[in-house]
Design a binder for this molecule. Sequence first.
Ligand code: HEM
Length: 553
Amino acid sequence: ISSTFKSTTTPAILEKAMENVPMWALLVAGFFGVQIVAVVLNVLRQLVLPKDPNLPPEVFHFYPIIGSAISYGNDPINFFFKCREQYGEVFTFVLLGRKVTVALGPKGNDMILGGKPNVVSAEAAYTHLTTPVFGKHVVYDCPNETLMQQKKFVKFGLNTDNFRAYMGMIEDETSMFMSTDPNFTAIHSKTREWGRFNSFKSMSELTILTASRTLQGAEVRSKLDKTFAQRYNDLDGGFTPLNFLFPSLPLPSYRRRDKAQRAMSEFYQDIIRSRRNGGGDHEHEHDMLAALDQQTYRDGRALTDVEKAHIMIALLMAGQHTSSATSSWTLLHIANNQAVQQALYEEQVKHFGLPGGGFKTMEYEDLKDLPLLDAVIRETLRMHPPLHSLMRKVMQDLPVPQSLAAPSESGSYVIPKGYYVLASPSVAAMDPNVWRNPTEWDPYRWMPGSASAAGNLSGALMARSDEEKGEKVDYGFGMVSKGTESPYQPFGAGRHRCIGENFAYVQLGSIIATMIRALELRLPEGMPEHNYHTMVVVPKSPCDIEYRRRSTA
Ligand code: HEM
């Protein structure tokens, strides 16, 4: 640069000055210069160049490539609400080089979650994140039609008989946890001092203990040691927003993920081989491996050991953060709302209290007769659905229905092939046009006959009626309510709808009831904020709950 300057028209004074500027300073100046030019060009492109009338409006952003990554990443829900105000129900934002079109409201959810897999593909959107963690040949590393069959196999294992067996196991694990975990044993069970526990940390531990005791099987439960925890943590470290945005980076966390995946796959395959050889003296009639053993694909082929092992890993990961985030948010709300806590305790006493003190075990069939327990979980999932963004990749140009958004009365938007589309269960669930006081945690809105249920309750009514009377579809894993237009979709909708919902209710219901029977909770610091920097929305630390043992427990 300086030699060019010297040989041309630079005045002598500038030439002299340049000689004294170190090379690094010129490089830094050049670097920032390029950035400024890129920002200016990007802004001009958005403000001055004519827009393609068939493309949905693009969210204004300064930095090319980075786009709106920071606003979206820090608080996606606020970002969506703000964009909706400015651009309407359908808009595109730039997320680290990807174009992501958000479609909000029931019609937006219907277009994305109800879309055909050859038009909007979950596999193409997620496989780079999930396959290195779950392993090959399952979930998003196989054709959609194979995934639908795999979901059917898992649903077969998630049956009423198994749920009946799980209830007592979960209660047992929860009670054991409360009598052995250092956070709970620090306060002697006979004194009534207040202790504290980190809600998310404790619920994460309890979730893996209960899931392994039930779904994952006795061998997994008996091997929940340091090695398993390390492998799990390394796998989990490969399941982050960074991995979603950058499929492969030369970072130690990516290498640890790959090593842990191989070890975890071997671990499950060893269990399968050992069972086949008659090894293991465990009772495993009710676990998922036993269910997978009985299944065959439509062409008559049995699942391979690798497929079984990788389905088990997928289930472990799919249920862990979703359930632990939900149980910690639920406990936090209960601790923060003494009236609901007391009513919940009384519901337990009424149904299960024994004359001499103590409680009888809650059975699977009892769950449907506990409206408040059901409502606190539902309401928590409304306000804190663990997955705020459900994504698909657009495989063919996707016309946006005119009734959802259109540039003019005669035209319509088309989302081009190669874009991503995004549906957000969180936005519909917090929409003031659908829910009364949406930011208030009010489980009674779900309970017909209660004061909160009277009046404007369209959200809960619509959600309930959709579950009970809505259209039912079989995508290949049994009849499910389509639910793509429901304002309440914490478990998603359409062909990729969660199959773990009933298990989650068994697990969450049993954990919450067992804890409420034994403990009084309070939350001196108030509700924590959302942490959106993880794959699943978890409470930001500090999220400690104070507890003391009930005098009657
Ligand atoms: C799918 C939420 C627990 C297994 C989903 C989806 C959501 C979700 C929103 C749809 C994803 C999409 O459309 O992109 C939840 C919540 C849970 C929970 C809120 C607990 C509170 C579980 C559990 C399991 C599980 C316990 C396993 C036992 C699955 C599977 C899918 C799924 C296999 C299907 C993925 C697909 O078809 O693409 N879940 N989940 N989930 N979930 Fe869950």
